[in-house]
Design a protein around this ligand. Structure first.
Ligand code: CUA
Length: 330
């Protein structure tokens, strides 16, 4: 239904058809009631007009049954919109567990993108067809918005935290990528394309420029996490956060991701992407129970991409003993 509508972007994601269906329901609903009201205004203005200067109509009460009907029916119809819209919203808000994660940084005025294997690109996003893709997005300056009309997908990219969005591209091809939030003089130039490839072509594409990254060392870490490991040592995280699971000046980070963390003061938080990011850039915000807040901020030392890489490394810290860990990671 509603395929290839003139003046509409193509439907190229698993969600696009459903979004369009809801959109057309709402447009149809609005047109129907607008016309009905306009029609009745004209008819009643004519029918109940003052016919002679002496015209004195009887006073009429309001029939209750009529009021109930014109309240209950539109109420029911708008509730359909509400529940339909809410269910679609939830579907779009929660990325499927099996999604491949791609990292996006918005900055004036470009999109920087990094794939889990380590490959980077600018103003282009290559993805395989038919796979769930989760975007984890951050901004280095102002608010941007990642918008792919053909996927019916738009999400703000804001400074200070991660936002996520996901899609599953259903058709190979090239699609527009826009910034949909006014972000400065060259906002209109902050455009790019999403290239949807067959899984085989995607693998080939990955290999063309990942070669250098992929072959660096034989460790179990994926491309981005390997960069994170290098940063982790370079900027000195490792001097307080041991990577062998032992306790140092800071808490061990092994196996941390996704767990509950007890904070000073008794509160508990889940160690998710946003928590880790905040703890790197603003370490005083949430201090782990039993530790002193001695960690300095890494705001000026690590870029958003570096932070992302370090988080990937923390996620993937291998569950290994001290010596094995050192061999593998070095
Ligand atoms: Cu970035 Cu508009």
């Amino acid at each position: 239904m509603f395929k290839n509508i003139p003046f509409f972007p193509p439907q190229a994601s698993s969600i696009a058809g459903e979004v369009d269906l809801l959109f057309f329901y709402q447009v149809g609903f609005t047109i129907f009631f607008s016309l009905l009201v306009a029609f009745l205004v004209i008819v009643f203005a004519f029918y109940f007009r003052r016919k002679t200067p002496q015209d004195r109509p009887e006073i009429m009460g309001e029939p209750l049954w009529l009021e109930i009907i014109w309240s209950v029916i539109p109420f029911g119809l708008t509730l359909v919109m509400f529940f339909w819209g809410a269910s679609l919203y939830f579907k779009m808000a929660f990325p499927p567990k099996d999604a491949m994660e791609v990292f996006v940084v918005g900055k004036q005025w470009m999109w920087k993108i990094q794939h889990p294997q380590g490959k980077r690109e600018i103003n282009e996003l290559h993805v395989p067809v038919g796979q769930n893709i989760k975007l984890t997005m951050a901004s280095e300056d102002v608010i941007h918005s990642f918008y792919v009309p053909a996927f019916r997908m738009k999400m703000d990219v804001v400074p200070g935290k991660y936002t996520t969005a996901w899609f599953n591209a259903t058709k190979e091809g090239e699609y527009h990528l826009f910034c949909a939030e006014y972000c400065g003089t060259k906002h209109a130039g902050m455009i790019g394309k999403v290239v949807v490839l067959s899984p085989v072509e995607y693998e080939k594409w990955l290999e063309t420029a990942t070669a250098g990254v992929a072959s660096a060392g034989g460790s179990a870490l994926s491309g981005v996490a390997r960069e994170g490991f290098a940063k982790f040592q370079q900027v000195g995280c490792v001097s307080c956060h041991s990577i062998d699971g032992s306790q140092g000046r800071g808490p061990s980070l092994r196996g941390l991701f996704g767990t509950q963390v007890k904070l000073k003061g008794g509160r508990t938080v889940v160690a998710d992407d946003n928590y880790l990011r905040e703890s790197i850039l603003n370490p005083q915000a949430k201090i782990v129970a039993g530790y002193e807040g001695v960690m300095p901020t890494y705001q000026t030392i690590l870029s958003e991409e570096d932070v992302r890489a370090v988080i990937e490394y923390i996620k993937q810290m291998p569950e290994k003993s001290k010596t094995e860990g050192k061999l593998e990671e070095g």
